[in-house]
Design a protein around this ligand. Structure first.
Ligand SMILES: [Cu+2]
Length: 141
């Protein structure tokens, strides 16, 4: 037995003028680009470390939605101390990892936590949050 049920289509296409289609696609691409830049783009041009009396290069970094600054310039062959001040309540940034140094650092909220890194050779040493979403780099020259 055949059952014939007359049904209206679940949806119907509403034609749009080509100009509107182009505009919507272009707006989407702009938003995608903006999002990539926001999450992955460099934050500022970076900062060069100052040195304390013992020749330790120090940089203070604010952790709020990212690392500011995120590009840290230091000189090769001298010890480095990074001070992270975390004001971002997101658990995402509760830890910072330095894969090349096999070190990680817990960042309590509202506190400044520092890590001492040994003198190293010239190169770019990335660091990131526990989920590898928030990133920065230690640039040794
Ligand atoms: Cu994260």
């Amino acid at each position: 037995m055949m059952l014939h049920v007359a049904t209206a289509p679940l949806w119907r296409t509403i034609p749009q003028p080509p100009a509107v289609q182009v505009l919507v696609v272009a707006a989407g691409l702009v938003l995608i680009a903006a999002e990539l830049w926001w999450f992955l783009g460099p934050r500022g041009r970076g900062v060069t470390a100052g040195e304390d009396g013992q020749g330790v290069q120090e940089i203070s970094i604010t952790v709020q939605g990212g690392y500011t600054p995120s590009r840290l310039h230091v000189k090769a062959g001298r010890p480095v101390r990074l001070r992270f001040h975390r004001t971002d309540p997101s658990g995402c940034v509760a830890q910072v990892i330095f894969p090349d140094f096999q070190r990680s650092l817990d960042l309590p909220l509202g506190a400044t936590t520092s890590i001492d890194l040994p003198p190293c050779r010239p190169g770019v040493y990335p660091f990131h949050c526990g989920m590898n979403m928030v990133r920065g780099s230690l640039e040794v020259e």
